[in-house]
Design a protein around this ligand. Structure first.
Ligand SMILES: *Cc1c(COP(=O)(O)O)cnc(C)c1O
Length: 397
């Protein structure tokens, strides 16, 4: 075998911006030339509590000096405590920790399949998903996404995912067969274009699951952990799922994810049926506990909602001011997007030039995911950069 000399040492699967960041603090990042940027993506909805948050750094350092990992065949107080706390603040009765979002998502698919086989209905294994969905990059998650970008060249794909149009209840009903096990949805689609599921739609999904004995499975990897101004996005809908996965902001940047389920839904998960070497290690769960300390403190989430509303009002003005650049504004809480008229990647690149970090999403959306601890002044700062850059683009058009 030979190596091409000009092939990058990092597999070239990303659209990489030409900048090296060296340091972060709160909502700011500094590059290797000392330039300061306002970070409105935070590792893509990861650093909810900001970069180098002192409480999280302290939890990491304290635990790093004690114990990093044993094995899941031994008990651990940090891990049990984090599971107990997640159970206490959610619909769930039980939790499995993983290291990345997609692992937690896929654990949920295993939970669902195992549930039906354990109740004597192994023929029920199919999961209904929605167009524009994103659940990660394993072959199973690619099989759920179904787009050419995700599956092209990676076949044959795992069978068992039926995709229907976002928001289309009739299509959901039509897709149900005697092999259907579950419905899987992101209450707010992130990668898909910041689409927020309506209350009626979500409640109808819950009713359909109850009617047909299906499990309702939420992917809150991006929209959970305070992002929408609720600890979990489902809280805004007045319904609960049977299974849910969370990740991104749970470790504020340290890899940790969780699959949560009712004890009924997790009924098939007995000793030996699943596992993970790193998942739920005491270092990761010490950090998860420190994140929860901040997020469950009095007033934290109401502040996120207040600042989300502020960002909303400010972006509404931008939308009005620049009808030739932006045509729609979507989102919930600290998860907002502007549907662009010029290519979203060009706008994101122009904003980066002006030291505001944003990211694109599906449906030509420019996505904003400020840290939950962002200040009012920083919101103003970001919005005025967007306003200025949109003005320049308009002058050019
Ligand atoms: C990021 C994301 C994932 C995948 O998480 P990884 O940690 O990259 O595996 C899955 N679902 C949603 C909704 C996400 O935003």
């Amino acid at each position: 075998m030979t190596n091409a000399p000009d092939f990058p040492v990092l597999m070239p699967v990303y659209d990489v911006a030409d900048v090296y960041f060296e340091r972060g603090e709160g909502a700011y990042l500094w590059d290797d030339k000392g330039e300061c940027y306002l970070d409105f993506i935070g590792g893509i909805a990861v650093t909810g509590l900001g970069h180098a948050n002192p409480a999280i750094v302290k939890a990491l350092k304290d635990q790093a000096e004690k114990l990093w990992i044993t094995s899941n065949i031994f008990k651990n107080h940090n891990t049990e405590r984090l599971a107990k706390r997640l159970v206490d603040i959610s619909f769930a009765g039980t939790v499995f920790f993983q290291n990345s979002g997609v692992e937690a998502w896929e654990c949920g698919i295993k939970v669902i399949r195992k549930y039906f086989s354990s109740i004597g209905q192994p023929h029920r294994y199919r999961v209904i998903t929605f167009n524009g969905c994103f659940h990660g990059r394993t072959l199973t998650a690619c099989a759920a996404a179904k787009t050419e970008k995700m599956v092209g060249g990676f076949g044959p794909l795992l069978d068992g995912f039926d995709q229907v149009a976002w928001g289309d209840i009739a299509a959901v009903r039509a897709a149900i067969t005697n092999e259907t096990a579950a419905i899987n949805i992101e209450p707010v689609q992130g990668e898909g274009g910041m689409r927020v599921a309506s209350k009626e739609f979500m409640r109808e999904l819950r009713a359909i699951c109850d009617e047909f004995g299906l499990l309702l499975y939420f992917d809150e990897i991006q929209c959970g952990m305070g992002r929408t101004g609720h600890m979990f996005a489902y809280e805004a809908y007045g319904i609960t799922p049977d299974v849910m996965c969370i990740a991104k902001a749970l470790g504020n940047g340290f890899p940790i994810a969780a699959c949560m389920a009712t004890t009924k839904a997790a009924g098939g998960m007995t000793a030996g049926t699943h596992g993970s070497t790193y998942g739920g290690n005491p270092l990761a769960t010490a950090i998860g506990n420190a994140v929860l300390d901040v997020m469950t403190a009095d007033g934290f989430l109401s502040e996120v909602r207040r600042k989300g509303d502020l960002l909303w009002q400010e972006l509404e003005k931008v939308l009005k001011n620049h009808p030739r650049v932006f045509k729609e504004h979507r989102g919930a809480g600290m998860m907002q997007g502007l549907v662009c008229i010029p290519p979203n990647k060009e706008i994101a690149a122009a904003l980066l030039q002006e030291k505001l970090i944003t990211i694109w999403a599906g449906e030509n959306v420019l996505r904003l995911l400020p840290p939950l601890i962002v200040s009012d002044t920083q919101i103003d700062e970001a919005v005025s950069i967007i306003d200025r850059v949109a003005g320049k683009l308009e002058a050019k058009a």
